[in-house]
Design a protein around this ligand. Sequence first.
Ligand SMILES: [Zn+2]
Length: 122
Amino acid sequence: MPAHMTLAKPAKGTAQKQRRARKRAADAILAAKSAIVRERDCNSCVVCFFPHVQVHHIKFRSQGGTHDTSNLVCLCAECHGLVQNRRIVITGSADDHLTITLRPPSGPGRGDARNAGCAGVE
Ligand SMILES: [Zn+2]
């Protein structure tokens, strides 16, 4: 490669500045989408209709969920916690049709290995 075509080393801190800029842009997009979602859901929890809400990703961000309004719903803090604990399962498109499933708490023999086999032990 000719000397005049060598790649310049990025200035110190450039990668960090770029990450921060991307984060600010993503936060601005989420804020704009959240405003749309709050208006669509009448600023109420889609499960219990409580009026103080957080915007939740139906498909979790950690699983590749987007900030698209079809993936965002309003939930109160309590229902949001139940969704995070998989006691409430929300599927579908928030812009079209949602399915909300309430799941009973896990107990002995229902996936909690710590409690399995405890019944009858004295
Ligand atoms: Zn709720």
